[in-house]
Design a protein around this ligand. Structure first.
Ligand code: PLP
Length: 387
């Protein structure tokens, strides 16, 4: 680890702690880890070994899950724009969630070619939104209003529904209202002849990126509300699924990068590190977004917050100085932070960035400018660090 100029370090103990909290908050639910948030193999292994399934966002992620011998029923594949090839590959290997009426027809045809008899789900674009507003148009899912005009299906049977309308929520009341709306949607569909075995509520639980303006999701209050809902809607479905990504791993990872140059330009001090946007894109992306106005929700999952992480220096300096921290790409946008006070750092010191466990490594520009690829390390509960 010491020889790497830029690397991620994920902490198994933190992941397991977060999973425990989710299990307490959602008793009786299954958790399908949203693999796209961080598909690192140690992270996947940890979550799979502790009872999680996989939320796959592509046929590639279905293949990834298959490589870990995840059971068919424990993989849910939901994504817009699946090709025929994707559907043909995925149908026998997981639960495919149809994302449009056109896809449903293609799925039924392909299922026929494969012998039929597949249980599938549909992703619904509900009539409700997350914040007590009506649902709008969306590239994701089938509009609720269209559910009466689904094509007749011969080779697949719809036995589950899936919704996901917003990530990164920190309000337990908002989330509880959303879950209640989804339960009510399932009940409504059952009265209209759908036989629903599984409700997949998607994700929603957020994490604090910026302590100065965000407060953590109150998991106790959310847990109380969830318990009341599961009592009220007992029997609505056999299986209830949540698809968490960042809640499990976002705070379990840090990004570290070595300072390779330090210079003063017309009175401003620059720390230049080896892994910028090609290592950890999120801080630079938030800076770029700020140029166009306040950071809004629309930019998830790449941009969640104006200040997406804390930056610290891994040294024992007792004095601070104001610095601008950049990467080493030939781009004026390759900036982690401008004019921040940090412990006085020198060339060779490492910078550490928090909140780097999720939508971090894979969302960065790792192929850009033929820079060395950042590494990923994993600290097990026993303290061993493995690559
Ligand atoms: C369908 C679906 N499920 C789960 C997630 C995971 O969200 P999060 O990482 O915020 O938990 C996402 C994120 O975009 C998603 O689109």
């Amino acid at each position: 680890m010491k020889n790497a100029d830029a690397y991620y370090l994920y902490d198994e103990a933190v992941i397991l702690d977060n999973l425990r909290t989710l299990k307490q908050t959602f008793p009786g639910f299954r958790f399908f880890y949203s693999a796209k948030t961080n598909p690192n193999r140690h992270v996947l292994q940890t979550l799979l070994a502790n009872g999680c399934g996989i939320d796959a966002a592509s046929a590639g992620e279905v293949r990834l899950a298959e490589g870990f011998r995840v059971a068919k029923d424990d993989i849910s594949y939901s994504a817009p724009g699946k090709t025929d090839e994707d559907l043909r590959y995925a149908l026998p290997r997981c639960r495919v969630i149809a994302d449009s009426i056109g896809e449903l027809s293609r799925l039924d045809k392909i299922a026929g070619e494969l012998g039929g008899g597949f249980e599938i789900g549909i992703r619904i674009n509900p009539a409700f939104g997350m914040d007590a507003v009506a649902g709008g148009p969306s590239q994701f899912g089938i509009d609720y209003e269209l559910l009466d005009s689904l094509p007749a299906l011969q080779n697949v049977k719809i036995t589950s529904i899936h919704t996901h309308i917003q990530s990164q929520n920190l309000g337990w009341e908002t989330l509880a209202r959303y879950y209640e709306n989804v339960f009510a949607l399932a009940e409504n569909l059952k009265t209209r002849g759908f036989s629903i075995r599984i409700i997949n509520f998607g994700s929603g639980c957020g994490i604090v990126y910026d302590k100065s303006c965000q407060t953590p999701l109150d998991m106790e209050a959310l847990g109380d509300a969830v318990r009341k809902l599961t009592e009220k809607y007992a029997g609505t479905a056999e299986t209830l699924i949540i698809e968490p990504g960042r809640y499990l791993v976002g705070k379990a990872g840090v990004f570290r990068t070595r300072i390779i140059d330090k210079k003063v330009s017309r009175g401003k001090t620059y720390l230049i590190a080896s892994g910028g946007m090609n290592g950890f894109l999120r801080p630079a992306a938030a800076n770029i977004a700020k140029l166009y106005g306040p950071v809004s929700r629309g930019a998830e999952p790449l941009i969640s917050c104006e200040t997406p992480c804390e930056i610290s220096v891994l040294n024992s300096a007792e004095t601070t100085e104001v610095v601008t921290v950049t990467g080493n790409l030939c781009s004026g946008f390759d900036v982690f932070a401008r004019d921040i006070a940090l412990p006085k750092a020198e060339v060779g010191d490492y910078l550490e960035f928090s909140n780097a466990g999720s939508y971090a490594c894979t969302l960065s520009l790792r192929e850009f400018a033929a820079q060395p690829k950042v590494k990923e390390f994993f600290r097990t509960v026993s303290g061993e660090v493995v690559e």
